[in-house]
Design a protein. Structure first.
Length: 340
């Protein structure tokens, strides 16, 4: 098998590339490195089965060549992180919708299988927990740029499923809930690596809002196993699957776990959403996935505890130290697109 991974230099994409190479597959990645990092894939460049292209997925000629040579496409390239979404809404829409359109058009030309990464954000402000793939979705108003990401990924899903229904293209959608682990640096708002970095540096741990919002954090290795399992099955064509952990924790509770695992004495401070993001920012109070559908389809379920994942992140940052002041509120620059 020859796999093409869009956004392959990103956090999840690079782990997926490693997994597929370990299985003996050929892997090509394409990434424009706006949020992906070449250091994530640099060790893979020594593998004769690995190739890369530093390019935007909207470059149709490049995508035509890469898609023609592969057997399956794992489409992970997208705008990433709340900061990027809020501060670069045009890029969020253009890369998510326009990029996916190019991927699907090219895949149709060569009849290639496509697995599209979507997001738990599509559940919007839904309050029925855990979230099931067939649940209704409730999004905020279009005047709040925070919801542009969810809307763009919903359109990605509609496009993918339309190509499957109308022309028989083998398409599978997977909705990623919060995914964490080594290589996730937190520069674009990801909460766990930011908390770990602050705690290790003795800096205040900044919680946005009241800290009572809850999330479920899945280990990246578990998530990659789920994606590979879907990629290995043809029973999942035309379907949508949640991928995530169901161990729920409040953000305030997360900060305490991070302090315990790092042995940190960092203070915990609370930052209003309006100061961290934008006026009128809306957040989901809970995000808990129902993973019964993917378990029934391919036998997958999460197996790594949050504490273990945090320990892995601590180990990674001990080997890859960074300057903590880059993570302070308001210092994260707007970005274009790519990655997870």
């Amino acid at each position: 098998m020859h796999a093409l991974i869009t956004g392959g230099a990103g956090f999840i994409g690079s782990h997926l590339a490693e997994k597929l190479l370990a299985q003996g597959q050929q892997v090509t990645i394409i990434d424009n490195l706006t949020t992906g990092r070449f250091e994530n894939i640099e060790p893979l460049t020594q593998d004769p089965n690995f190739r890369y292209a530093i390019e935007d997925i909207r470059h149709a000629a490049v995508m035509d060549r890469l898609v023609s040579e592969c057997d399956v496409i794992y489409h992970l390239a997208a705008a990433v992180g709340v900061f990027a979404i809020v501060h670069s809404p045009i890029d969020t829409l253009e890369i998510n919708v326009g990029g996916t359109e190019v991927v699907l058009q090219t895949a149709r030309r060569y009849r290639k299988r496509v697995l599209i990464a979507s997001t738990s954000e599509v559940y919007g402000k839904g309050v029925r927990v855990p979230f099931n793939e067939d649940d209704d979705r409730i999004l905020g108003p279009t005047t709040k740029s925070r919801w542009s990401y969810a809307a763009s990924k919903e359109l990605d899903e509609f496009l993918g499923l339309a190509y499957h229904k109308a022309v028989g293209l083998p398409v599978t959608i997977f909705r990623l809930f919060n995914t964490v682990g080594p290589r996730q640096v937190g520069n674009y708002g990801m909460v766990v690596p930011r908390f770990v970095r602050w705690a290790m540096a003795g800096e205040p741990i900044q919680i946005y809002g009241d800290g009572q919002q809850s999330r479920c954090f899945a280990n990246v290795h578990d998530v990659v196993n789920a994606i590979v399992a879907l990629g290995s099955s043809r029973k999942v064509d035309g379907q949508v699957y949640n991928i995530g952990n169901n161990q729920e924790v409040t953000i305030e509770g997360l900060a305490e776990i991070v302090k315990q695992r790092t042995g940190s004495r960092s203070d915990v401070v609370y930052i209003p959403y309006e100061e961290a993001y934008e006026a009128g920012f809306e957040d989901m109070r809970r995000r808990v996935p129902d993973v019964s559908k993917i378990k029934a389809a391919v036998g997958w379920e999460p197996s790594t505890r949050l504490e273990t994942t945090i320990d892995q992140i601590i180990d990674y940052f001990q080997q890859h130290p960074v300057q903590p002041d880059k993570l302070k509120t308001g210092t994260i620059p707007p970005v274009k697109a790519s990655g997870d």
